[in-house]
Ligand binder design. Structure first.
Ligand code: DAH
Length: 333
């Protein structure tokens, strides 16, 4: 009996030590203390059954039980100390200085080309123009032939145009949308369409990819004065608040308009700057898309987004738009 008790007591001490080592919180240590040393704990249970032990064995077993109690008590205190010091050092290393300024979350901003397109779209949408889009990979028919551009025209060569094969190319102008719209819609038509266009060019005023916006208005009795009035108002709106803006319509030539004009502006500089091309839609465009030119007339215009953005923001090298330099891009909100 005595022998069994002694082994049992030693095992209890060992169990307590193993369990204590696994305790990661003071709370866990406390639960363990109750389990071993509490009122209904193992030590007390042993004390309770002491009276069943033969009197001659009691002093020896009593001594062992007291030693075990002491042992476990010391182990508990030690474990608590260790946990407290870990907690303390964690507190120090994880200390937060609440007076420090918060971390700045940088807000993105819209690209100047996006801002320019949005500003122009807003003007035309208010006049009832509808925004449409067209493909960038285009068939030569929509980009050239249907727009009255003859097969021998130099813009069709590889020097100017990116061809995939003899039929498919990267569109060189947003005017392809004129044809695609006229095939699908019947007049009255009022559309604008902006997007990327591609030409084999690279210098301070040309990039191989750039943006254009096309506009078109077709109805009965549309004439050149409608075109003039809308373009006048558009440019005044675009260069808002700039009363010193001068404008001129200069006769020009585009295969898809007759008559054609280019608009120049003089603003802040001594020179005239060309900003857009326009004209009355050529009857051949109507024939190509099954619209009766005796019944309907219309005008079209095409403008270069980069060019308008450069004038407005005072930029002299178009390439900066596409270099992703944050110092430049951050200036536009
Ligand atoms: N597509 C012409 C270009 O890229 C611009 C243009 C001129 C568009 C006159 C038009 C227009 O719709 O009527 O240079």
């Amino acid at each position: 009996m005595t022998k069994i008790k002694k082994e049992y007591i030693e095992k209890l001490i060992l169990d307590a030590k193993i369990a204590l080592k696994k305790c990661e919180t003071i709370h866990a240590v406390e639960s363990l203390r109750i389990k071993f040393l509490g009122k209904h704990g193992y030590i007390h249970q042993m004390i309770k059954i002491m009276r069943d032990i033969p009197p001659q064995d009691r002093p020896q077993i009593g001594l062992l039980v007291n030693k075990a109690k002491e042992h476990i008590q010391i182990s508990i205190i030690k474990r608590k100390q260790i946990l407290k010091s870990i907690c303390h050092s964690n507190l120090i290393s994880e200390k937060i200085d609440v007076s420090l300024p918060g971390r700045n979350i940088e807000k993105g901003s819209l690209h100047p080309i996006t801002l320019t397109i949005a500003k122009i779209e807003k003007f035309f949408i208010r006049l009832g123009f509808i925004n449409v889009s067209g493909p960038e990979i285009e068939n030569e028919y929509y980009n050239f032939s249907a727009l009255n551009i003859p097969s021998h025209h130099p813009v069709r060569t590889e020097y100017d145009t990116f061809w995939f094969d003899p039929i498919r190319l990267l569109r060189t102008q947003t005017s392809n949308v004129q044809i695609r719209t006229l095939i699908n819609k019947k007049p009255p038509i009022r559309i604008i369409s902006s997007g990327r266009v591609y030409r084999s060019d690279y210098d301070s005023t040309h990039t191989p990819m750039f943006h254009q916006m096309e506009g078109m208005m077709i109805d009965k009795n549309i004439n050149f004065s409608h075109l003039k009035e809308i373009i006048n108002n558009f440019l005044k709106n675009y260069f808002d608040g700039f009363n010193d803006l001068e404008m001129r319509f200069r006769p020009s030539y585009f295969p898809f308009t007759e008559p054609s004009a280019e608009i120049d502006i003089k603003w802040k500089s001594k020179h005239w700057l060309e900003v857009l091309g326009c004209g009355m839609i050529h009857p051949n465009i109507f024939y190509n898309t099954n619209i009766d030119p005796e019944q309907y007339t219309g005008f079209a215009f095409g403008l270069g987004i980069e060019r308008l953005a450069m004038i407005r923001y005072g930029i002299n090298d178009v390439r900066i738009f596409f270099q992703n330099d944050l110092r430049f891009l951050k200036q536009f909100k």
